[in-house]
Structure formats: C-alpha cells, structure tokens
Design a protein around this ligand. Structure first.
Ligand code: ZN
Length: 245
C-alpha cells in the first residue's frame, strides 16, 4: 500500500482561485495523493473549471449535496435561497457529461484504510450535519475504517473517541496524532471557509507517522467575489468569502 502523504480537500464550491492556491500549496510541499469530500460545485462562479481540475487531480471523490443537486433536476427548495439560486445557475452552466459525472459520484469511498464521506457516515444521503458530539458518536459507530474524513460543515476539526466520551479537538499546522482510537476529521473548506478565517483550508495526512495537519492558504477572494457579481450570482456569496463565514 502506498504510504505517501494524502491531501484531503472538501467543499471547493466552484471557487477556482481557492482551488488553484490549494493545489499549488500541495505541490510546493512535495506533492500528495488527493482525495475530495464533495461539493465541488455550488455557490461559486467556476463550476466547470473546478470540476475538470478535481477530476484531473483527485484519485477519489465522493458526492456532496450540491453535486447531487447540480447534476440532477429535482426541486431546490431544501436549500437556502442564495444556495438554490446558485444551483439553478450552475445547472444552466454545466454540460450533460458534467452532470452525469456529478450524479454518478459515490456517497462514500475507502482509500488506503481511510473512509470518506461528505455529510455523515450514519446516513450519508440524508445530508445530515455532524455539528455536535452526539452526531459524531453516531457516525463513529457506522464508520467502516478507523479514521474517517467528512466535510459539509466547512469547519475544520476532529472528533475523537476517548473511552466512552467523544471529544472535539481543534486542528492546526501542528501534527495531530491519530495513532490511538477511532476518529473523524473535517478538513474545512477550500472554497467557502466558515470558521471566520477566509483562507482556503485542507488537510495533509501522513499515513506512516499517523498524523494529520491543517493547512491554510491565502488566495484572491476579491477575484472570486468580483466573478460572483459578474456572473449575476447573489452578491452575498462573494462578500461572505472575505469574512470566512
Ligand atoms: Zn458545502
């Protein structure tokens, strides 16, 4: 089994400057295999370019709720108003082959002993969020591997089982050891961070050392904001990028 580093990216959301900055940073650090936890599209102005780049670079991709919605033709009323508007716009922009790709993405994947999912391991297609320790506990029960990666909340963190308790731990550039016990980790979001840090986020996993670290990368969010307006997408989707919300 290849034990080289793995970069975990998630929630790119059609933000090309953010994705390019993350891929450059991965290469600058010596390269890594790349896996993607879904929501390649939605919200942002560059769905096709992001899709092509993720398909070219990631060895495994799971489906996010925005991918499912953009690739399909179902009602969008379960989404917040701006998200629904952006998804309707994305559907008009994508070609049929791109939609078929998004529709056919798997909900879960296993890569080198790690489990991948967008929302949760308990009922992936429900798109239910892991927001608190009990949600994490349920997903840890259904986790196929010892270590699982999930996205969807756009907030980087770890939920680890410590005896009977589930504890929530922050992530940073300092290596975080996963040598003991079961654990869920979220890489945060490449294209729409929501932890009040506007920098793009991803995880670097070192399978040999059994550590993960969070990497943050500056990117030109003003460019994405301008492109969001120019595309006729809701302006708030650009303004929130400067605040990391
Ligand atoms: Zn998302």
């Amino acid at each position: 089994m290849d034990s080289g580093p793995i970069a975990v990216i998630s929630d790119v959301h059609s933000n090309l400057p953010a994705l390019e900055a993350v891929l450059s940073e991965i290469d600058r650090r010596g390269g890594a295999r790349i896996v993607c936890l879904g929501d390649i599209v939605g919200y942002g102005p560059e769905p096709s370019a992001c899709l092509a780049m993720v398909r070219a670079r990631a060895e495994a991709v799971v489906q996010g709720n925005h991918d499912e919605a953009a690739g399909g033709d179902g009602a969008l009323d379960s989404f917040a108003a701006e998200a629904g508007q952006a998804l309707a716009w994305t559907r008009r922009r994508l070609g049929e082959a791109e939609k078929i790709y998004l529709r056919s993405l798997p909900l879960t994947a296993q890569v080198s002993g790690f489990s991948l999912v967008h929302a949760n391991f308990f009922a992936p297609q429900s798109w239910g969020y892991i927001l608190k320790e009990p949600d994490a506990g349920l997903s840890l029960k259904f986790l196929p591997a010892r270590i699982g990666f999930f996205g969807h909340t756009h907030r980087p963190l770890v939920y680890a089982r410590k005896g009977k308790r589930i504890v929530r731990e922050p992530l940073s550039e300092r290596p975080f050891s996963f040598s003991a016990g079961r654990l869920l980790a979220n890489p945060g979001s490449v294209g729409q961070p929501r932890d009040r840090d506007p920098r793009a986020a991803f995880l670097l996993v070192d399978p040999a050392a059994e550590t993960i670290r969070l990497v943050r990368v500056e990117y030109d969010h003003r460019r994405t904001c301008r492109d969001i307006r120019a595309a006729g997408l809701p302006g708030i989707l650009g303004e929130r990028l400067a605040l990391g919300i």
